[in-house]
Design a protein around this ligand. Structure first.
Ligand SMILES: Cc1cc2nc3c(=O)[nH]c(=O)nc-3n(C[C@H](O)[C@H](O)[C@H](O)COP(=O)(O)O)c2cc1C
Length: 173
C-alpha cells in the first residue's frame, strides 16, 4: 500500500475486534507519529498509550460518553504541551503550534494504522479536564485528541467529501 492508497482507504472505525494489537505494530504507529512535521521540530505534544479498562472508561466520560472508544484494545491520547512551543514562539506557540504539531502526528498515526490493517477514529477530548485526570496528565499538558486503535470490526460506508471545485480556490499564476 502506498501513501495515496492509505489516504484513500482510511475511514473512521468505531467498532473494534477484541484482538490484541501487536507491540511491533503499535511501535510502528508511534514511530510514524514521531516523524510528523512540527513547528521548529519542537514536537510540542506527548502521546499516552492507554490499555487498561478503568482509564478507557474515564476517557469515555471525557469524550461525552462515546462508549465505542473503550472497546478498542489500545487508546492513544495526544496531549498538547504548550510550554514546549511557547518558549520559542510565545503565544502563537502556546495557542496554535502545539495543537498543529499534535494534529500532524495524529494524521500520520492514522495512516500508519491503515497500512498495518488497523482502524482508528479521531475522537475529541470534549472535556479536557476529565481527560487529563483520566490519564494523570502533568500540569500544563492538555488532552487534545483521543485515538482508539484496533482491528476493525466494521466496514462503514464511505463518507462523502466536498467537491474539489468547492474546496479549492486556485488563485492562478
Ligand atoms: C477535529 C475532529 C474531531 C472529531 N471528533 C469525533 C468524535 O468525537 N467522535 C467521532 O466518532 N468522530 C469524530 N471525528 C471523526 C469525524 O466524524 C470523521 O473524520 C468524519 O465524519 C469523516 O469520516 P471519515 O473519517 O470516515 O472519513 C472527529 C474528527 C475530527 C477531525
Amino acid at each position: 500500500m502506498n501513501v495515496l492508497e492509505a489516504i484513500h482507504a482510511r475511514q473512521s472505525i468505531r467498532a473494534y475486534q477484541a484482538r490484541v494489537v501487536e507491540l511491533e505494530k503499535l511501535e510502528a504507529i508511534l514511530a510514524a507519529a514521531n516523524r510528523a512535521a512540527s513547528a521548529a521540530n519542537l514536537q510540542a505534544y506527548q502521546v499516552y498509550v492507554v490499555r487498561d479498562a478503568a482509564r478507557k472508561q474515564a476517557l469515555v466520560a471525557a469524550a461525552a460518553g462515546q462508549k465505542f472508544l473503550a472497546t478498542a484494545p489500545v487508546v492513544l491520547v495526544f496531549a498538547v504541551d504548550p510550554v514546549r512551543s511557547a518558549a520559542k514562539f510565545g503565544p502563537r506557540g502556546e495557542q496554535v503550534y502545539c495543537m498543529q504539531d499534535a494534529c500532524a502526528a495524529v494524521c500520520q498515526a492514522m495512516l500508519a494504522a491503515v497500512e498495518l490493517g488497523l482502524g482508528t477514529c479521531w475522537v475529541d477530548a470534549v472535556d479536557e479536564g476529565l481527560a487529563g485526570r483520566a490519564i494523570g496528565l502533568p500540569a500544563g499538558q492538555r488532552a487534545a485528541v483521543i485515538l482508539p486503535l484496533g482491528y476493525p470490526a466494521e466496514n462503514p460506508p464511505r463518507t462523502t467529501r466536498r467537491a474539489l471545485s468547492d474546496l479549492v480556490r486556485d488563485l492562478g499564476t
